[in-house]
Design a protein around this ligand. Structure first.
Ligand SMILES: C[S@@+](CC[C@H](N)C(=O)[O-])C[C@H]1O[C@@H](n2cnc3c(N)ncnc32)[C@H](O)[C@@H]1O
Length: 155
């Protein structure tokens, strides 16, 4: 399922504000968040987004949808792999959007965050994601009280 349009707006704004060099998304789906973050990276003139999904068809759809941002540069890439695999191999992640249907707790635990790196967790009201709060001594946690919940952690 796609995230809310307002979440895409928020992700766009965070990328514009934080100017991350390394951006990561788990769970590409149809590329809504991918497009928003890649557009912001393009407008920043810096940063690269890695996204992943285990469903190859979704990655094709996302490439069609978000491809427009690549017209004069490449600002994102996609991997057919699990979120856990992507989180384990990416280094110095400045901004991560955790939104796969896999094990999101394991994904956040595996992240190699840059100092001050930010994690945006979708659906944070689900009780199974509660352990994420205790994974590390976060500098800040902002729990946004939306219907599904959205939590923003800074390391
Ligand atoms: C909630 S949707 C992602 C929505 C998308 N981020 C957006 O904002 O529009 C979850 C996606 O995770 C994918 N998925 C399922 N298991 C996965 C895993 N272990 N790792 C990565 N992606 C996975 C599904 O195929 C689905 O496309």
């Amino acid at each position: 399922m796609a995230s809310e349009y307002e979440v895409y707006d928020l992700l766009y704004a965070l990328v514009r504000l934080l100017k991350p060099k390394v951006i990561l998304e788990t769970g590409t789906y149809k590329g809504g968040a991918t497009k928003a973050m890649a557009k912001a990276a393009k407008e920043n003139g810096m940063g690269f987004l890695w996204t992943c999904d285990t469903d190859a068809k979704k990655l094709t759809e996302a490439a069609e949808f978000a491809g427009v941002v690549n017209s004069d540069g490449i600002w994102w890439g996609a991997d057919l792999c699990t979120g856990l695999e992507l989180c384990s191999k990416a280094e110095n992640v400045d901004l991560a959007f955790i939104d796969s249907s896999g094990d999101r707790v394991a994904e956040v635990a595996a992240l190699n965050l840059a100092p001050g790196g930010v994690v945006v967790l979708h659906d944070s009201k689900r009780p199974q994601y509660e352990p994420i709060k205790l994974l590390r001594p976060w500098k800040a946690i902002w729990e946004v009280d939306t219907i599904q919940g959205l939590a923003i952690f800074q390391s």
